[in-house]
Design a protein around this ligand. Structure first.
Ligand code: ATP
Ligand code: MG
Length: 308
């Protein structure tokens, strides 16, 4: 973050669908040039939050400004300046790939020749050149995702909203998206990203907001969150009841979690504490790894599936 200029601000932002509260009085600020990740289980409210940012859905209560403009009264201006890659596929199946881009560019009053040039550049970058003139129906799921991202860049937005941009992408395509996000960050584009890939959030996001049941339950830089909630290292080993007393004695303050036939041990003790133990108690099937955002996510939002 290079400046303290607030680009997106929510105050008491709330969205209700009938009597169900999907987004529940949340407050947050996003600063210029930041990439902020919204992480949360299925149904947490991430897409609803993003949709309110680009005026797809009106808030039920509270304030939300994007580039200083209110989503209650200035939707036209907001829509003209943000780039949006929605979670759902809203490509037009009746058009070809290139036409999907050029028709979209018309909403932003981009002259036809400029639109075609930019569209071709994006198709090249996202390795969709060969599909330029085919129907949307002829694209694979991952190709459609790439096209939706490419389309969000046509108006050269300073604010970019990416709702699960890499879901369904192969590793090569995912890295292409990451490269583009990094490139945009260098140009001070402000980016909102939702993702279920914790490694993606860790490498791309300057700050992470964890959303659960419509509320922001935690926020911070990836490193801050890992340090605060998990610690430095995680020890994973086969679950063994006989070993438990020894482990509990060695790590009295640690958190133990059983996962099927494996066990994880989390401690806020400094790096190296598990190595010493393993030297004294050699074991098989042991993994010693760095704590990560996925550990934080599972600790804060639980391990149960969300099927509300
Ligand atoms: N148009 C709608 N009408 C009624 N309920 C809705 C509507 N849109 C979303 N919801 C509900 O609001 C909650 C939040 O949905 P949302 O799509 O924002 O979740 P999400 O965090 O994006 O989940 P996912 O990770 O699955 O994309 C869910 O319980 C969902 O069923
Ligand atoms: Mg969603």
């Amino acid at each position: 973050m290079d400046s303290q200029e607030v680009v997106i601000e929510a105050k008491g932002l709330t969205k209700k669908f009938d009597d169900f509260t999907a987004v529940d009085h949340i407050d947050f600020k996003v600063y210029k040039g930041e990439c902020v990740g919204f992480l949360g289980p299925n149904g947490a409210g991430k897409t609803t939050i993003v949709r309110m940012m680009y005026c797809f859905l009106p808030p039920t209560e509270g304030e939300l400004t994007v580039a200083g403009l209110s989503v209650h009264t200035q939707c036209r201006e907001i829509k003209s300046m943000v780039g949006v890659a929605p979670q759902e596929d809203n490509l037009d199946p009746d058009f070809t790939v290139i036409k999907n881009l050029t028709v979209y560019a018309r909403y932003f009053d981009i002259p036809k020749d400029v639109a075609v040039k930019r569209a071709d550049e994006q198709l090249k970058f996202f390795q969709l050149e060969e599909k330029r003139d085919v129907s949307i129906m002829a694209l694979s799921t991952g190709m459609k995702r790439r096209l939706i991202f490419a389309r969000s860049l046509l108006n050269q937005p300073q604010i970019l909203l990416l709702d699960e941009p890499t879901t369904g992408l192969d590793p090569q395509a995912r890295h292409l998206v990451w490269d583009e996000v990094r490139h945009l960050k260098k140009q001070q584009v402000t980016i909102i990203l939702t993702t279920h890939y914790m490694d993606e959030a860790e490498v791309l996001c300057d700050r992470i907001l964890i959303v659960d049941r419509g509320k922001i339950i935690e926020e911070g830089t990836p490193a801050e969150l890992v340090k605060k909630h998990i610690g430095e290292d995680v020890l994973e080993l086969d679950y063994d009841e006989k070993l438990l007393p020894t482990l509990k004695e060695a790590f009295p303050d640690a958190r133990f979690e059983k996962l099927g036939d494996r066990m994880q041990i989390f401690t806020d003790k400094p790096h190296g504490v598990f190595e010493g133990f393993l030297k004294e108690h050699p074991m098989q099937n042991v993994t010693l790894r760095k704590a990560n955002i996925e550990d934080v996510f599972l600790k804060l939002t639980g391990r149960g599936l969300r099927e509300e």
